[in-house]
Ligand binder design. Structure first.
Ligand code: GLA
Length: 385
């Protein structure tokens, strides 16, 4: 196993450098990268003031840049068409250009000099799009870090993450929580990040070395989630307002019964998931992998039955994986409606997942899934180019 081979030969950084030289005719002088992420537990609670426990993964998005006398140009090296954009040109909501525009505007607005030198920028990524591994935060934070360096903005990582979060909200039009940008900007190698999205408090927690964290990508891409995500979020806001609490995740579990029937399952998921995240963190820190796995299985059931953001493929993979020897637990990760399952296993259990789940999944759904192990990796960093 191990992480799968990147999409083409070489990693994202090498591809970005090659594409940059090919398009702009000069080598880049500045580079930055940011990882994708897997959330171990704490799903759909970040926008309700809850606790989440993600890790950064080894797959990264890379940005490189060189100075130019012309206007700033941004090249998305992995796209075959419509792959170049300049600030000021059209950036329809949700397009890659809208993410770029949001980051450019938000980084420009951070404290620092009014002079922002013009740049040629090239971006390449090894994080699959729409798989629930946060390709968008990897894109935003890698570009954001590059621009803060190029434009002399010295900001703490949490501020960079918030600038990228605003970019996604206001320019790409996605009403996401803060989890993805925070972990992508701030993750540390070998550690999971317990983030309290209500208070902003962060606790880094070592991932035991004998644990295999295995991602199973169903290959289903989460289109439906685009319209369902804002609906779930709105339901949570309604429930919080009715209960008179700021953070739904911290409401009393008993209070759920006071809500109208349609809001009860939504609130039940959020409140129980927040508690499960805390329980999982304690289990992981104490080496109780069976307890951690149980919390993951319960999380999946809650996302499937109460929050209703799963799909047949995710349900099948999560339950098949969890039933295997040496696998402690499994659950969907990310926004849902497709994307990936994360399983926590012993080393031997992790190795078994590939040989069993891939052929059975293909028989069941007539399509392939991809299985790869992830390790808790470093967050955004500057790269030598
Ligand atoms: C997406 C969002 C996150 C979070 C997850 C669900 O990844 O970007 O903010 O809400 O879904 O946990």
């Amino acid at each position: 196993m191990g992480e799968p081979a990147p999409r083409t030969e070489g990693d994202a950084l090498a591809r970005a450098v090659r594409a940059h030289e090919g398009r702009f005719g000069v080598p880049p002088t500045l580079g930055a990268s940011a990882p994708g992420r897997v959330n171990l537990i704490g799903e759909h609670v970040d926008y309700c003031g809850g606790r989440v426990l993600p890790i950064a993964i080894g797959r990264r998005t890379a940005c490189v840049a060189s100075a130019t006398h012309g206007p700033t140009r941004v090249l998305a090296a992995d796209l075959a068409a419509d792959n170049e954009w300049s600030p000021g040109e059209a950036a329809p909501r949700g397009s890659w250009q809208s993410y770029a525009q949001g980051v450019v505007e938000e980084v420009r607005a951070l404290p620092g000099s009014a002079f922002c030198p013009e740049l040629c920028v090239t971006i390449a990524s090894d994080v699959p799009i729409g798989a629930g591994l946060s390709s968008s935060a990897a894109f935003e934070v890698s570009l954001g870090l590059l621009l803060t360096r190029a434009w002399g903005r010295e900001v703490p990582r949490a501020d960079l993450a918030m600038a990228c979060w605003r970019a996604e909200q206001q320019y790409a039009g996605v009403p996401c929580g803060v989890m993805d940008q925070m972990v992508v900007a701030r993750a540390e190698q070998g550690r999971a990040m317990l983030l309290d999205c209500g208070t902003g408090e962060v606790r880094m927690s070592p991932v035991p070395g004998d644990v295999a964290l295995v991602v199973i990508d169903t290959g289903v891409r989460h289109r439906l989630g685009e319209s369902e995500y804002p609906k779930r979020r709105a339901a949570c806001e309604r429930a919080a307002a009715l209960l008179g609490v700021g953070a739904l995740a911290r409401a009393d579990a008993g209070a759920v019964e006071q809500l109208p029937e349609d809001l009860r399952p939504v609130a039940r998921h959020v409140i129980s998931e927040d508690a499960r995240t805390q329980r999982f963190a304690v289990c992981l820190a104490g080496g109780d992998l069976s307890g951690a796995g149980r919390a993951m299985n319960e999380s999946h059931a809650s996302l499937r039955d109460d929050y209703r953001v799963s799909c047949a493929e995710l349900d099948w993979v999560a339950s098949r994986a969890a039933s295997m020897p040496g696998v402690f637990g499994a659950r969907m990760t990310g926004g849902g409606f497709g994307g990936c399952v994360i399983a926590i296993a012993s080393r031997a259990g992790g190795a078994g997942l590939h040989s069993v789940v891939v052929p059975e999944y293909e028989r069941e759904f007539g399509r392939t899934c991809t299985v790869f192990e992830v390790r808790a990796s470093e967050g955004a960093r500057l790269e030598r180019v």
